[in-house]
Design a protein around this ligand. Structure first.
Ligand SMILES: Cc1cc2nc3c(=O)[nH]c(=O)nc-3n(C[C@H](O)[C@H](O)[C@H](O)COP(=O)(O)OP(=O)(O)OC[C@H]3O[C@@H](n4cnc5c(N)ncnc54)[C@H](O)[C@@H]3O)c2cc1C
Length: 403
C-alpha cells in the first residue's frame, strides 16, 4: 500500500498534520512509537497559536467542554521581586488567553481527531527512511518483533526533539545557544494559585525562568527552563536550580505544604532561533523535529501545530491529486518561515534582552505602576504586530517617561 503521506510521531504537531492532510483528501498513515495514554514533559500551557489550529481541526467545542482551567492572565516577576499581573480574559468565558491541560489529555484529543480521519499505528517506531534514488519514499518501522515497510509520496517527520527523520536528512544539530533544557513536576497543595500562568525571572534561574502553571485551584505544573549553553557554563544541574527556586524566599511559603505528584521529568527544547532546514526531497519536518520552539516563551505546541497547518495548506491538495516534487516540499519551508519568521525574530530579541536582570526589573517595575504599560505588555503577548515593539528603542524610551 502506498500512502499520500506518512506522518512519523503523534504529538500535537504530527496528529494535527495527519488530520489536516486527511481533511484535504489525502490517504495518511500516522505512526507513533508509544501507546496512548502517554506523557510528554511539558509546561502544559496551550496558547493562542495552538487555539487557532484547534479551531481548524474543529476541536474548540470539545476542548471547551472538558473544562480545562483557562488562563485569566499572566503574572510576571522580575529578579529583584517586582510582580505584575497582566489580565488576558475579558469575560472569563472565551479561550483567547489559552488554557493549561496535561499533555496526557491534550495529545489524546488531537490524536483521536486524526484517528477518525486516517490510518494510525501505535507501538510503531520508524527506524529508518526508505529512499528511491535521492527521494525519501517511505519508512522502515519496528513493531514488536516485526520490521515493516511503508511507502508514501511524502514523509512528515513529526517525531520531536530527537527526530529520526531530521537525523537521517542531516538536519539535526544540537547548538547549545539554540537549545533549552527544562524540567517540570506536578505539585498539589500549592498556595496562591489564582488562575494566572506565572513566569518568574528569579535570580536563581537567570537567564531563564521558573514557572507555575495552574491546573486547578491547588494543583500546578511547576518547572524551570534555561538555555543549554548556560547550564553547561554554570556547571550546575537544572535539578539543583529547580530546588533553589522552590526554596527561594519568594516561593518557600507557597510550597511549604506542596507535594510532588509523580516524578520530575526533563526534556530538551530545540529553539526556532536556530532556523534549521525543514524540507527536502520527499520529506518535510514539523514541530520540534523542525526546531520551532519560541525562543522567548519556550512555547512549542503553537508553532508545531501552525507548521502542521502550513504543511497541509501548501501540500495537501497537491498530494491528494498527484505526485509532489522537491520544490513543493521547499515551498512548505518558505511558507512556514513567512508565517512565523517575524514572530521568531522578535522572540529571539526578547530572549536576549531578557538576559539582563536590570531590564526585566525596569519593565516589570514600570508595568506594576502603570496601567498603560500593562496594556502595552498585554497587547505584545496577544498580537504579533505589537510584539515587534520589543525591537523598537522608542518603546523603551516611552516606558522610561511614562508615569
Ligand atoms: C519541560 C518542558 C516544558 C514545556 N512547556 C511548554 C508549554 O507550556 N507550552 C508549549 O507550547 N510548549 C512547551 N514545551 C515545548 C513542547 O513540549 C513541544 O514543543 C511540543 O511537545 C512539540 O510537539 P511535537 O508534536 O512537535 O513533538 P512531541 O510532542 O515531542 O511529539 C513527538 C512524538 O513522536 C513520537 N516519536 C518519536 N520518535 C518516533 C519514531 N521514531 N517513530 C514513531 N514515533 C516517534 C513520540 O513518541 C511523540 O509522541 C515544553 C517543553 C518542555 C521540555
Amino acid at each position: 500500500m502506498r500512502y499520500d503521506a506518512i506522518v512519523v510521531g503523534a504529538g500535537p504537531s504530527g496528529s494535527a498534520c495527519a488530520a489536516l492532510l486527511a481533511a484535504k483528501g489525502c490517504k495518511v498513515l500516522l505512526l507513533e512509537k508509544e501507546f496512548f495514554p502517554k506523557d510528554k514533559p511539558c509546561g502544559d500551557a496551550i496558547g493562542g497559536k495552538a487555539l487557532n489550529v484547534l479551531s481548524l481541526l474543529g476541536l474548540e467545542k470539545k476542548i471547551s467542554e472538558k473544562g480545562f482551567l483557562r488562563n485569566s492572565g499572566i503574572v510576571f516577576s522580575s529578579p529583584c521581586g517586582h510582580e505584575v499581573e497582566i489580565p488576558l480574559l475579558s469575560d472569563g468565558k472565551d479561550m483567547s488567553g489559552g488554557f493549561v491541560c496535561k499533555r496526557r489529555d491534550f495529545d489524546w484529543i488531537v490524536f483521536e481527531k486524526a484517528a477518525s480521519l486516517c490510518d494510525t499505528m501505535q507501538g510503531a517506531e520508524a527506524v529508518d527512511l526508505i529512499f528511491e534514488g535521492k527521494k525519501a519514499a517511505g519508512v522502515k518501522v519496528r513493531r514488536g518483533e516485526s520490521l515493516l515497510e511503508f511507502k508514501a509520496k511524502l514523509v512528515v517527520g513529526a517525531d520531536g526533539a530527537n527526530s529520526m527523520v531530521a537525523r537521517k536528512a542531516g538536519y539535526a544539530k544540537i547548538e547549545p545557544r539554540h537549545y533549552c533544557s527544562a524540567i517540570r513536576g506536578y505539585y498539589s497543595g500549592v498556595s496562591g494559585l489564582r488562575g494566572n500562568i506565572e513566569i518568574h525571572f528569579l535570580p536563581e534561574a537567570m537567564p531563564g525562568y521558573f514557572w507555575i502553571f495552574p491546573l486547578s485551584a491547588s494543583e500546578a505544573n511547576v518547572g524551570v527552563g534555561m538555555l543549554l549553553s548556560e547550564i553547561i557554563s554554570r556547571k550546575k544541574s537544572l535539578g539543583k536550580v529547580f530546588e533553589e527556586c522552590l526554596k527561594s524566599p519568594r516561593f518557600s511559603g507557597r510550597f511549604s505544604h506542596a507535594r510532588l505528584e509523580g516524578e520530575l521529568k526533563g526534556w530538551s527544547l530545540p529553539l526556532a532561533s536556530a532556523k534549521r532546514r525543514c524540507a527536502g526531497n520527499g520529506f518535510i519536518l514539523v514541530g520540534d523535529a523542525a526546531s520551532l520552539i519560541d525562543p522567548f516563551s519556550g512555547e512549542g505546541i503553537g508553532n508545531g501545530m501552525k507548521s502542521a497547518a502550513v504543511a497541509a495548506e501548501v501540500l495537501g491538495s497537491k498530494l491528494a491529486s498527484g505526485e509532489i516534487s522537491e520544490e513543493d516540499c521547499l515551498e512548505y519551508e518558505k511558507a512556514l518561515w513567512e508565517s512565523i519568521g517575524n514572530d521568531v525574530k522578535s522572540s529571539y530579541l526578547m530572549q536576549r534582552l531578557g538576559r539582563h536582570s536590570w531590564l526585566l526589573d525596569f519593565i516589570i517595575g514600570k508595568a506594576k505602576k502603570s496601567q498603560k504599560v500593562r496594556h502595552e505588555l498585554a497587547s505584545m503577548i496577544a498580537s504579533r504586530e505589537a510584539k515587534k515593539k520589543a525591537a523598537d528603542p522608542i518603546f523603551y524610551m516611552k516606558m522610561l517617561f511614562s508615569d
